[in-house]
Design a protein around this ligand. Structure first.
Ligand code: KIV
Ligand code: ZN
Length: 505
């Protein structure tokens, strides 16, 4: 059976979208998870865009062993030089170069004549090829390009040595039938197309990125470019989990497979959401909280009689084990570790011990500890950094007819610092007290609170995004008390700010 290649661009197209930026440590964590997921290509970034991007592409390239690692490059020598420098340490490096081919991009953005675009594409593919055997060429805005011109460009870059040609629907303009027909026409009209991978890269401006990618696969595309949770420029990219599960669930229709270990889909989605602080909408296909929930009585009745009445794929197939064993304060380390393994987490001993300690603290506050609680605990451990300021205690006084007051105590260099402050509510007062303890102020860019599970004793998870001096940081906090979770998240973000300042200057 033909295998469709999955090219993941979460670390490039995904990361460049607003609110989704990641630091080096987070990018490596994502790359490792993508490797576990089994993607064929990881686009690690756009090396020339900043020294930070260059460093992260290089580190990812040197870390990943079981996937190709690509860097994006405009069709310019300096970009290609930088991309190659960054990926050359990879087991399987790829240079991904692009140039726009649509009339509107050529006239207004590039200010180039079509013949010059064609010549530059060929010259730069040859240049990239002088460094690297694996070269992908993307015709930016391909779906709004003149098909005849597109065929000529593709034919010429294949002759120049491209190993993969990519057809982006850059602005999410295409309709599935139309996009499928474009792919078919490329297969019929481009000499040499059978020797290379034919890739598609669809944006979601009209909500059709996955539909367009699937239409392209049906029409003969051999690679799909996508991101976890569909993050990406504007309305995002095609969601990896949706493409993969459509191909797997409807193998009868497509007759194809992928190399993806679908059981790692759920953990991958959680990781991206935890790192970016961007929640997954509850009704999101495949990975949303409600994707496998059956609310209507008639549906519940059907599912109890036979799951297939309303379930076209199983929760287990994406890594959501069904027998949600609930742990409690009497559960031992063995049961805890076994459950983590079943949930797909492979942790070293130190992380297991730290997570187990937090689990015990939680089990003292909460009667039943569910899988969702465990996931939240483990994800919290994942992003530990050295803490300059440690949270100790807080006291809040607040009500509807009084000014909220908070007293917060932190530990710094073995000393206690305690400050009081007022605010517009308990959380604002607590944040003000923290800033007084530290003696610096920050801009709160975003504050997100959600409950990890249902129930009155549910844990609250808080993400805060802060900025100062051009740096953006995120912090997370977890507690059955949402003010405590907020305090922890704020202190976590501040510690990350100081850590980043130390590391990056
Ligand atoms: O959307 C797009 O056209 C891109 C290309 C650089 C592949 O991201
Ligand atoms: Zn894109």
């Amino acid at each position: 059976m033909t295998t469709i290649k999955i090219f993941d661009t979460t670390l490039r197209d995904g990361e460049q979208s607003p609110g989704c930026s990641m630091n080096l440590q987070e990018k490596i964590e994502v790359a490792r998870q993508l490797e576990k997921l089994g993607v064929d290509v990881i686009e690690a970034g756009f090396a020339i865009s900043s020294p930070g991007d260059f460093q992260s592409v290089k580190t990812v390239a040197e870390t990943v062993k079981n996937a190709r690692v690509a860097s994006l490059a405009r069709a310019l020598k300096k970009d290609i030089d930088s991309a190659y420098e960054a990926v050359k340490g990879a087991v399987s490096p790829r240079i991904h170069t692009f140039l726009a081919t649509s009339p509107i991009h050529m006239e207004y953005k590039l200010r180039m004549k079509p013949e010059d675009v064609l010549a530059q594409a060929v010259e730069m593919v040859k240049y990239a090829k002088s460094y690297c055997a694996d070269v992908e060429f993307s015709a930016e805005d391909a779906s709004r390009s003149e098909p005849e011109f597109l065929f000529r460009v593709f034919e010429a870059v294949i002759a120049a040595g491209a190993t993969c040609i990519n057809v982006p629907d850059t602005v999410g303009y295409s309709m599935p039938e139309e996009f499928g027909a474009l792919i078919k026409s490329i297969k019929e009209n481009v000499r040499g197309i059978e020797k290379v991978d034919l890739s598609v890269h669809c944006h979601n401006d009209l909500g059709l990125a996955v539909a367009n990618s699937l239409a392209a696969i049906r029409a003969g595309a051999t690679q799909a470019e996508c991101t976890i949770n569909g993050i990406g420029e504007r309305a995002g990219n095609a969601a990896l989990e949706e493409i993969v599960m459509a191909v797997a669930t409807r193998q009868d229709f497509f007759g194809y497979t992928t190399n993806i270990n679908t059981k790692q889909i759920y953990n991958s989605s959680r990781l991206i959401s935890a790192i970016t602080g961007v929640p997954v909408q509850p009704n999101k296909a495949v990975v949303g909280k409600n994707a496998f929930a059956h609310e209507a009585g008639i549906h519940q009745h059907g599912v109890l009689a036979n799951k297939k009445t309303y379930e076209i794929m199983t929760p287990e197939s994406i890594g959501l084990p069904e027998n949600a064993i609930v742990l409690g304060k009497h559960s031992g380390k063995h049961a805890f570790c076994e459950r983590l393994k079943e949930l797909g987490y492979v942790l070293d001993e130190q992380r297991v011990n730290e997570s187990f300690e937090r689990f015990k603290e939680l089990a003292d506050r909460k009667k039943e500890v569910s899988d969702m609680d465990l996931r939240a605990l483990v994800e919290m451990e994942r992003f530990e950094i050295p803490m300059d300021y440690e949270f100790d205690t807080f006291v809040i006084n607040s009500g509807n007819k009084m000014t909220a007051t908070a007293v917060v105590k932190l530990m710094h260099d073995g000393k206690e610092i305690e400050e009081a402050a007022t605010g517009d509510g308990p959380v604002d007062a607590a944040f003000n007290a923290i800033e007084r303890c530290i003696g610096e102020s920050f801009t709160l860019e975003d504050y997100i609170v959600r409950s990890v599970t249902g129930g009155k004793d549910a844990q609250g998870e808080v993400v805060v995004k802060l900025s100062k001096n051009g740096k953006n940081v995120k912090g997370r906090g977890l507690s059955t008390d949402i003010v405590e979770a907020s305090v922890k998240a704020y202190i976590d973000a501040i510690n990350r700010y100081f850590y980043q300042t130390k590391v990056e200057g």
